[in-house]
Structure formats: C-alpha cells, structure tokens
Design a protein around this ligand. Structure first.
Ligand code: SF4
Length: 868
C-alpha cells in the first residue's frame, strides 16, 4: 500500500513515499498515511473504518517523535559492567548483546531457567508478542513471562472467557454503537481517550439514542450523556447487581433468551436478591430513581449495549465486576443480537492481539492454555520442539515483578515495550525490585524510567519503521506498515529476538521477518479460540482488516460473535453469581479520601512517548490532581496550587485542578508521569484479582495537603518523607463473599475504625398548618450544616403528631426535598434511613413540616445523623 513518488529531479534530494498505516497509540488504531523520505515525516488521517478520517491530538503528533533528539539509536551499557551506579554509555551491539547473553547464561547456571524472565507490552505487534512468548518458552525455557496488559485488559478478558468462552474486546464492529438505542458506558471515557470513536456515539445520539455514563467524574463523555451515574469508585459491581435486581423485580428479564441461550440464572437471581435498590444507593451513591431509569432504558430499547472499561475493571474484583455487567446484559437478552451486547473498550494499541498469542504467563498462541496437554502438543509441533520441554504457567505480572531478585524469583529480566517503573502499581516498590535484579535489559525508543535502571538498554525501531499486524478493539486484524527505515543499525523487536535466540543457540526456530512469523502464528493459532489461520497479509490489504476468528482462507472473518451460539462447550453463555467486596483499602482518619487514577486526552500510558511530544506537552505539561471545590476549600487549596498526595505506599505531588466534575470524597490523578508525580507511587497492589491478577489501580485511601502556591515545576516530595517500600511477600488474593455475612474478624472485610460523631435534630415544636402542599421550616434549631471535610449520613427519623389530621415532615437538603415522612393523626412513626445518600461537607439539612390549612397542635421530631 505504498505509493512511491518518482525520484526528485534535484540531485541529492531523496524520493518520498506515502504509506498507509495506523496510529501507534490506542486500540482504535486510526488509519493514517505517513509520507517519508525527506525527514521529518508527515502524516494525514485516512478514511479507515474505525476513524473515518478522524485523528486525536496524539495521533496527529505521533510523527514528531521519529526524529526526536532524545531518540535512542545506539545501545547503552553501564560504564562499569555490573555496577548500576556507573553511568550508561554508548556501546556496540556486540558488547550489549554479549553482556545480556552472558547474564542469561550465568543466571540459568546458578538459579535455573525460571530465574530469567521476560516482560512484554500491549503495544508490540502480533508477530512480536507471539515471538516473545515463543522466545521465553523455546530459547530461554522459562515460565517467567507476562506483560503490561495484565494491568489493563485482564479482568475483562477473564470475565468474557468465563461467560462467553471467548474474549474479544468488542464482539461486534464499532459501527454497531451507532445502531444502539441505549448505550451504558461503565468506567469509560472515549471522548478523552479515543475521540475519533465518538463519531459512532454521536451518530447514535443524533438518531435519539440515550447514553448513560457510569463514572465518579463528570468526564467529557459524561457531559454529553442523557444520564450520568456517579458511584463511589469500586462499587460498580454492586450497581450492576442492583440493576439486575430491579430488572427481575419489574419483570424486565428476557426469559425466553435466558432459557434458550444461558445457564446459571437461578443462582445469580438468588444472589442479586440482596441488592435491593436502597441498599445499592447506600453502597454506590447512585439514587434509586437513576438506577431505575437505567434499567428501564436498557430493557425497553430495541438495541442496547453495555460497555465497560478500566474504571470498572482495574479493581481487585475487576473480573467479577465485568461479570456483573455481563450478567445484566444476558438477563436482558442483549449479547449476540445485532446492535446490542456487552463489550469492553480495549486500551493499548495492540491490547487485543497482545493478549492472544502467548506473552501471558498462562497462555499459548491462539488463546490456548499452557496447562492444556492438547494445546501444548499442537503448538510444540508448530515450533518443532518436544511438548514436554515447554514450561508450565508462570506468575502473573505483579507477582512476577514483586518477586524480582528473590530466591525463586527472576534475577535477569528482559523488558520489551513496557515502562513498569511508571505503569505498575505501587511503583516505588517495583522500582526497588528492579534494583534487586542481578541484570536488567530494556528495549525501548527512549530512555524510559525503567530503562534508566537497566544494565543494558537496546534501542528499537518505532511504529512507522516496522512491519507487522495489530488487532484493534473490535478484533479486526490490521497491517502496521513500514513507512521509513529506522536509524542505521536499529532493529525492531522481532529482529532483536531472532538475533538473541541465535546467540542462545536456538536461532533455527526464529525469524526476523514479520510475514514469515505471521505465517507461523497462523498455524499455531489454528483451531484455537483466536484462530488467525485464514488471515493473510494479502487479505488484510484487500479487505481493510479481517475480524478473527477466521479459520480458513475462504472464511469471511467474524465481525459479530455469538449470533447463533457462544464459544462454550454447550453453546450457552454462563451467568456467574458475583458479590460486592469492599475496596482492599478504605479511607480512615489518616487517609480520609478515595484516590482514583486514569488518563488524560493529551498523554498515553506511561508517557514515555507523549511526554516527549512538544505539541502534547503544551496541552498537558504537568499532572493535575482533580479535587472538588468543597474538598479544596476545606483543605485551603486553590486552583494550580501544588498539592501532595500521600498513601500508605508513597507520596507524590501534583498541580491542583479544582473542579466540581468529581465527587467531593474522591481525588483523581492521571498516571502518565513518573518520578515525584507518579500516580502509581500511590496505588495499591496489596490485593490482586484472583482470576485476572489485576491490582486495585482505581481505589485506595489518600491524604491531601497543600504544599505551595502555583509553581511551574513541581518539587518532588522529600525522599526522607517517603514510606519504605513493602518487603517481599506473596500478594494476598481476595475472596468474594456476601456483604451480609462479613464478620469483624475477617481480615478481608475488616474495616479500619472511622471516627464518627452523632448529630440529632430533635425537639417538640408547635405546628400551624398552611396546607399540605405548603411546607415550611419548623424551627431554626432543626437546621444542620455538614462541616467541610466531613460527610454525614441520616440514620433514622422518628416523629409524633398531636393533631387530629395527617401531617408531613420533610427532610430538605440544600433547599431540595430528600424524603417525606407522613405522620398519621395522633400517631407516631419510625423510619430507618438506610436509603438516604451521603451528605457531603457543606450540605445544609433542614426539617420542614406541612399540615392541612388551619390545623394546629404539636409535633415531635427526632432526626439522627452520624458525622464522619
Ligand atoms: S484515537 Fe487512538 S488511535 Fe486514534 S489517533 Fe488518537 S490515540 Fe491514535
């Protein structure tokens, strides 16, 4: 698909050529045409089916980095071999590879094969990801390989495999979004993360489609939605179970679909009985009427879909949370219907293909299981090795990183396309583990924070300098095409692995040619869940991408999955009962707020590339912590002040962004920066999802303090003030349990005591009625303002009425009625208030009363609250 331009007539001026390829960044994989030859390269968007001529600022600026002055073009090694305090200096490839291969051999000889590890990334091409998995198992014969997608897509993948027998992010093309009458987006903000995708949502809205966004922040996506639900981070599972409870109670379940296409509904039905709307409101903060609106909209639409993303999935119960939304979709009969279903919005550029072909700890190509004897035999035959020589599954990403440098852990590590020093949770702990290694080698385009720690840094070709395939968020396999040559002598990661394998004596099994590797990948994936055997470079060119599974040359590919059957042995989707679990770490007196993390429009992942892109730096030069004005006021923080966030793992500093788009009890920080502004220095890796190994990126407890007024450069927190990284230990996996059965002695549910103060609005007051429709304040004493920095909850209301007529007492918050309490003639009432949402700092609560005109007498009121 290259269009060479004839050589210029002017001597010494090189010809240019224009090549159709794709953006290097997110999973939308927008089409673009890159013109190169006379550097700098330029690009324009293409009318590809995903982006239809659109690009976001990251895509537009992606060519800026090809000639960046900080680009690595020569290998770097430590000036004194083995001494990582000595500087990194340029070396020859021979020297760098000799040091790496020497370290691999030494480690294997002294500590065994599993002491050499590999860590990959979701931006590698399919060929590179496939070859990396094979390199680990065949050239190194180690079980120690995993990748950064474990921190991204693994929970959704775990849920989809469990429910449908297959994990493909969107089981339908993006264009189906425009057909849906209702779309519920849970923890997803495509307006910022992949703006060109919004044209599909916009097309739906123009037809009158309703969009519901579930997000603790009023994001750009939420602002354009019909309804925004703003739950406390970590409670999406409870919300989904609550919506299913309502669907069952209101007779909205598609019983024919459930009977014909699913199993396990009875168990789920029993489980969600405990998620009645008022309880869900208390757990999540989402008002009952909004819960009901969401369920009725989904159930009454001809076509409806639920899309989850990292906000819902990056939790220690991320797999169960995705499953809860799948359960709801199944109950409403959505999956497998055109324009309907459940899907997950993949993050990284090859987040989909990167998780299919063997760079996961437990996986062989084609989504085969490394623990399955038939799968081992099939893949070993393609690779020309003995199946018994293939290692068994190894540790998941964080477990692998947390054991670095220990006996039984990895001692020599090769990292491709990943910057774990910024992107891994509890990043300071991971950095200390990287320092514990005997040897670290990193392949990257720039000296990332991880590469800075390495013994050897290997420069690698960038996206526009390599060939291969990627698989986008829809499961569409597309071509990454080489638009220009890399700097002299710089290989891509496919060539690097082939070279390394040769030095390790396994060269005959490996190739540096992408199409040769893809042909082998096709054979290795044949018959697997992600079957690429019918896909070829030629077909991708001709058809503008092919959707997997595609099991034969004459198979058309599969844009829509599950229309006839699910990929389970009996063809039925699985309901799975799941239960809300409290966040691993909850706010307490020392860390009183909830921290959540995420992305911003002008940065990507760990920022290795986008933080070096000049035009993006102008938009997002420094990380900003979002705080609600109430919280900022309580803490004396103004816009742009420097604030320090502290969790049990570390401290980091940010500019304050004071905005009412966030819940008052939640602080948001983006995770694209390292060093003193590392969001992941704060995040919690103390409990991993038991299915996916996902850490709890989205919820931990945090303290906030103002450091100074606005400063252009944010000073890092003093090193002496940083907590010491946790000692090596095996991470504890959570166990799901019904909340009603939790006990105070269970360490998984034990809550840190929170200091609370009871408040009462009570007394006996005269009443003169002006009509039941005309309530008014009873007495100034019955007015209470929640102190700034605190929240309050109403626990009960008791009332007595001495008159001979029905009267009402009204609970009013900030001038708006919250609840009406009728009290019969000469009667009393007692109403538990488990249903009332939390009252945030600054809220004003009052009691009003109404009685028929002319009625006089006395009322007794007693409203009990607790202030936290
Ligand atoms: S939306 Fe994603 S793929 Fe498209 S230009 Fe932006 S970063 Fe690149």
């Amino acid at each position: 698909m290259s269009a060479p331009v004839p050589p210029a007539a002017v001597p010494g001026v090189r010809a240019t050529r224009t090549t159709d390829t794709h953006c290097p960044y997110c999973s939308l994989q927008c089409g673009m045409a890159v013109t190169a030859g006379d550097r700098p390269a330029t690009l324009v968007p293409l009318d590809f089916p995903t982006n239809r001529g659109g690009l976001c600022s990251k895509g537009w600026s992606s060519a800026e980095l090809l000639d960046h002055p900080e680009r690595l073009t020569r290998p770097l090694v430590r000036a004194v071999a083995g001494d990582r305090t000595s500087p990194l200096v340029e070396s020859t490839w021979d020297e760098a590879l000799d040091r790496l291969v020497g370290a691999i051999r030494r480690t294997q000889a002294t500590s065994g094969n599993d002491a050499v590890g590999c860590f990959g990334g979701g931006s590698l091409t399919n060929e590179q990801a496939y070859q990396f998995g094979k390199f680990a198992r065949v050239a190194l014969r180690t079980s120690a390989i995993d990748y950064n997608g474990r921190f991204c897509m693994s929970s959704a993948a775990g849920a989809a495999n469990r429910a449908f027998g297959l994990d493909r992010g969107l089981p339908f093309p993006l264009s189906d979004i425009a057909e849906a009458d209702v779309v519920v987006l849970v923890g997803s903000n495509p307006a910022d993360t992949m703006p060109p995708a919004m044209q599909w949502f916009d097309a739906g809205r123009e037809r009158g489609a309703q969009h519901v966004v579930v997000d603790p922040r009023r994001t750009a996506t939420a602002r354009n939605a019909s309804l925004h639900l703003q739950p406390l981070p970590g409670t999406d599972l409870a919300l989904a179970n609550g919506l299913l409870h309502i669907a069952i109670a209101e007779g909205l379940v598609d019983t024919d679909y459930v009977a014909a296409r699913t199993t396990g509904f009875a168990e789920v039905r029993a489980g969600v009985a405990a998620y009645w709307p008022d309880r869900v409101e208390r757990l999540t903060g989402v008002p009952v009427p909004d819960q009901r609106r969401t369920v009725f909209a989904l159930a009454r639409a001809d076509k409806a879909m639920i899309l989850t993303a990292r906000g819902a999935e990056q939790h220690r119960s991320g797999t169960d949370t995705a499953q809860a939304w799948i359960n709801l979709a199944l109950a409403l009969g959505l999956p497998g219907r055109r324009g309907s279903g459940w899907g997950t919005v993949t993050g990284q550029g090859n987040g989909q293909g990167g998780r299919e072909h063997g760079q996961k700890a437990d996986q062989l190509p084609g989504y085969r299981s490394l623990a399955d004897a038939a799968a081992r035999a099939h893949v070993a035959a393609v690779w020309g090795v003995d199946p018994d020589d293939l290692p068994m599954p190894g540790r998941s990403a964080f477990e692998l990183l947390d054991a670095l440098g220990t006996d039984g852990g990895v001692r020599t590590l090769l990292v491709l396309a990943s910057n774990v020093a910024v992107s891994a949770p509890d990043a300071r702990r991971v950095i200390s583990r990287l320092r514990d290694l005997d040897f670290l080698a990193v392949s990257d385009f720039f000296l990332s924070e991880t590469a800075e720690l390495a013994d050897v840094v290997l420069p690698s070709a960038m996206w526009a300098e390599e060939d291969g395939t990627m698989t986008n968020l829809e499961g569409r396999v597309i071509r990454r095409r080489k638009a220009l040559d890399p700097p002299d002598g710089v290989p891509d990661d496919l060539q690097l692995l082939a070279t390394l394998a040769g030095r390790l004596g396994a060269g005959r099994h490996f190739s540096g040619d992408p199409e040769t590797v893809f042909e082998e990948l096709r054979r290795a994936s044949a018959g697997g869940a992600a079957d690429y055997s019918g896909i070829s470079y030629r077909r991708i060119e001709e058809e503008r991408g092919v959707f997997w599974p595609c099991p034969a040359d004459d198979h058309p590919g599969t844009p829509r999955l599950f229309s006839e059957r699910f990929a389970t042995p009996d063809g039925r989707a699985r309901f799975v009962r799941v239960e809300h679990v409290d966040a691993h770490e909850r706010p307490d007196a020392e860390h009183p707020y909830v921290l959540t993390t995420g992305r911003v429009l002008a940065q990507y992942q760990s920022g290795t590339q986008t933080r070096r892109t000049r035009s993006l730096q102008l938009v997002a030069p420094t990380p900003r912590a979002e705080l609600h004005p109430d919280l900022a006021r309580a803490l004396g923080i103004a816009q742009d002040d420097v604030v320090e966030l502290t969790t049990r793992r570390g401290r980091a500093r940010f500019h304050a962004s004071v905005t009412d788009t966030i819940r008052p009890d939640v602080v948001f920080v983006p995770f694209h920066w390292g060093g003193g502004a590392s969001a992941n220095a704060l995040t919690d890796a103390g409990a991993l999802d038991p299915v996916s190994g996902m850490p709890a990126f989205k919820v931990c407890a945090v303290a906030v303090r103002r450091v100074s007024g606005p400063e252009e450069r944010i000073p890092p927190p003093p090193a002496a003030a940083q907590p010491r990284p946790a000692a090596h230990r095996v991470a504890v996996a959570p166990r799901a349990h019904p909340p009603s059965r939790s006990t105070p002695t269970d360490p998984l549910t034990r809550r840190t005591p929170v200091k609370s103060t009871p408040r009462f609005l009570q007394g006996v007051f005269p009443l003169t009625g002006e009509g039941l429709a005309k309530p008014g304040p009873i007495d100034p004493a019955l007015r209470y303002t929640v102190p700034a920095g605190c929240s309050a909850q109403a626990l009960y209301f008791r009332g007595g009425n001495s008159t001979g007529e029905l009267v009402y007492v009204l609970l009013v918050r900030d001038g708006e009625p919250m609840r009406w309490f009728p009290i019969g003639a000469k009667a009393d009432t007692h109403v538990p208030l488990r249903v009332v949402e939390d009252l945030v700092g600054g809220s004003v609560v009052e009691l009003h009363a109404a009685a028929p005109e002319g009625v006089t007498g006395e009322i007794v009121v007693d409203l009990g609250l607790v202030e936290v």
